[in-house]
Design a protein around this ligand. Structure first.
Ligand SMILES: Cc1cc2nc3c(=O)[nH]c(=O)nc-3n(C[C@H](O)[C@H](O)[C@H](O)COP(=O)(O)OP(=O)(O)OC[C@H]3O[C@@H](n4cnc5c(N)ncnc54)[C@H](O)[C@@H]3O)c2cc1C
Length: 413
């Protein structure tokens, strides 16, 4: 019913993703991931590659499909029906691929981007450290140049896909004395076989089975050709990577929210209490109405943002919209899933329905890839800049008050 927002090509790819999600993801794999029996679903990532669904936005030369953000968003919404670990593993080639495609050398693309999109090499991104994730530029992992290689030391935490990854996109400080912390950090392609130790994380509330791990780097030798773009360019790459990082985090929850809403709606149509189907109680149907509206609003903001990126709007506008889309979509999906559980009642809190897994999975979405608070930092920062730097060309509405030209009343200090 939302096909009017998509062109024919986007619909074709969206339908392909729908088919993949319906037929190619075994139920038992989902259950085993949630039980931590499977710690990294290698076959799933390979199958995505076989279906040519990975890295849709990247050039065909490197194994992508040359598509736009709107199409990727439509595909992400379908993949979002799956547990969040699977959505994340689908998104990693889009996120890591962004750095390689935009800033990598042809040799780096040939060696890492292409095999990654062919499902022959698996990737993960390593930003967060035990000392913190929000303060990205406060990272303490170091990379020191020695001859024609860098020696890396430090730790990374919560790296999804670490268990199965062949290589990491990993940020480390190359200049701890830099005046501006933004110039202090660099991005490296670090192969696991270069000596990275990875340890699987048990005990996650949800989003399990995606290979989330801790990384330990002790004198890991990385050849200089694995530095991306140049020393001190990590900040620039980070800002670019945050587009797919947060857009994938925004689009997936549309699918999960939709799935929860559909389960709750079908249940409310059948379940009876006090001699009536429960959808006849406004307390139930209005909860569904809230969810329907939130999902539509989230969909609107995410697709609008995809269009803004596709039409190359200025970086500050895209940063603000991406942050709004990420925060609004993830917070809406949290609420929609919680509403769905409320509508279904006690049985929704058990593993008879997948709502309890969704409830655990989705909770992470407002924390990872930049918390809601960090999104707010960006939204207000960019808006202040936009508004205060723009020349006033519209009506000065502030003056439409009876006493508006009373300067003695307009005291600001
Ligand atoms: C299961 C899982 C998977 C993950 N996957 C990855 C991954 O693949 N790769 C990766 O690099 N990272 C990953 N992360 C890390 C995730 O991105 C971070 O947890 C997140 O960015 C927050 O960092 P933190 O946990 O260190 O919290 P902190 O940065 O310590 O923040 C703690 C609290 O303080 C708030 N806060 C911090 N600074 C400010 C501020 N300036 N203003 C207002 N509030 C503030 C935060 O919003 C938060 O509420 C994952 C995390 C989890 C749990």
């Amino acid at each position: 019913m939302y096909d009017f927002m998509l062109n024919a090509e986007s619909i074709q790819w969206r339908d392909k993703a729908k088919k993949f999600v319906k037929n190619e993801v075994p139920r038992q794999m989902i259950l085993d991931m949630d039980e931590d029996v499977i710690q990294y679903p290698t076959e799933y990532v390979k199958k995505l590659a076989e279906w040519n669904l990975l890295g849709l936005r990247f050039p065909k030369k490197w194994g992508g499909q040359g598509l736009d953000w709107v199409t990727e968003t439509a595909v992400l919404e379908e993949i979002g029906l799956l547990p969040m670990s699977l959505g994340c593993l689908y998104s990693l080639p889009s996120i890591c691929g962004e750095a390689l495609d935009k800033f990598g050398t042809d040799a780096q693309k040939e060696k890492y981007l292409k095999p990654m999109l062919e499902g022959k090499k698996f990737t993960a991104e390593a930003l967060t450290e035990p000392r913190g994730g929000s303060d990205f530029f406060g990272a303490t992992s170091t990379a020191v140049k020695e001859g024609d290689q860098y020696i890396l030391n430090g730790q990374k935490r919560f790296v999804v896909g670490a268990e199965g990854a062949d290589f990491f996109l990993l940020y480390a400080k190359t200049d701890i004395t830099a005046k501006n912390p933004r110039d202090s950090i660099s991005l490296f392609i670090v192969e696991k076989d270069m000596g990275v130790e990875s340890k699987y994380i048990y005990g996650l509330l949800g989003t399990r089975g995606g290979g989330a791990g801790r990384l330990f780097l002790k004198d890991v030798q990385v050849p200089e050709e694995n530095l991306v773009l140049g020393e001190g360019k990590g900040g620039l790459i980070f800002y670019q990577m945050m587009i797919p990082e947060r857009m994938t985090s925004a689009a997936g929850p549309l699918g999960m929210g939709r799935a929860a809403l559909e389960i709750a709606t079908k249940y409310a149509h059948k379940r009876k209490a006090f001699g009536h189907v429960i959808k006849n109680f406004q307390g139930v149907s209005f909860k569904l109405a809230d969810s329907i509206m939130m999902l539509d609003a989230a969909r609107a903001i995410v697709y609008q943002t995809a269009r803004a990126i596709d039409s190359k709007q200025p970086g500050s506008i895209c940063r603000r919209l991406v942050s709004e889309a990420k925060r609004f979509s993830t917070e809406s999906a949290n609420q929609i899933i919680s509403n769905a559980m409320q509508v279904v009642g006690g049985i929704g809190y058990t593993n008879v329905f997948p709502l309890e897994r969704m409830f655990r999975d989705i909770r992470l979405s407002t924390i990872w890839t930049g918390t809601s608070e960090v999104m707010n930092l960006i939204i207000q920062h960019e808006y202040f800049n936009e508004l205060l730097k723009t020349e006033e060309v519209t009506r000065d509405v502030e003056m439409d008050a009876k006493e508006s030209d009373a300067p003695e009343e307009k005291i600001y200090e």
